[in-house]
Design a protein around this ligand. Structure first.
Ligand code: DQA
Length: 151
């Protein structure tokens, strides 16, 4: 990854996000994960960056993917799902690899149950986007790419 390398972004989707489209549509909408990934691929082409997307329901698999991103990707967009509110280990993985990270959520977690108001990830992220449905990912990718191009 030299100075002139095309920016490469890893997009990680955490637990239960494979069920988007049929999972609590009143909260998460009817857009499927495939729809979101297709939207991001299109956006990546427009931004002239590369993206790789991965979903897992397993904390360890997400941590392994974050470790493997080192030297392979320039930044991370992550929706950690419920692990947002529980996982010191995912937070530590992001801190360890020091990859610029944007945390995204489809729902506005601050309008929901109190247990969703705390994020273990936010302190190791550049920023957080929450509440714009599938557009949270689009805004997150745009913000990350602009951050990487400025730094
Ligand atoms: C979520 C919010 C989390 O609280 C929840 O556990 C999810 C999805 C969101 O995208 O709104 O699984 O990360």
């Amino acid at each position: 990854m030299g100075e002139t390398a095309v920016l490469s972004i890893l997009v990680l989707h955490g637990p239960n996000l494979n069920l988007l489209g049929k999972r609590e549509p009143g909260v998460y909408g009817t857009t499927t994960l495939d729809d979101i990934n297709a939207m991001l691929v299109q956006q990546a082409q427009e931004l002239q960056v590369q993206i790789t997307a991965l979903q897992s329901n397993h904390e360890g698999a997400l941590i392994d993917a974050i470790h493997a991103a080192l030297g392979q990707h320039h930044g991370l967009v992550i929706n950690p799902g419920a692990y947002t509110h529980t996982s010191v280990a995912i937070r530590d993985a992001i801190a360890a690899v020091e990859l610029p990270t944007v945390e995204v959520h489809l729902s506005n977690v601050y309008r929901r149950e109190a247990f969703r108001h705390h994020s273990y990830i936010a302190p190791v992220a550049i920023g957080q986007i929450s509440g714009f449905g599938a557009n949270s990912y689009r805004l997150g990718l745009q913000a990350l790419v602009e951050h990487l191009r400025q730094s």
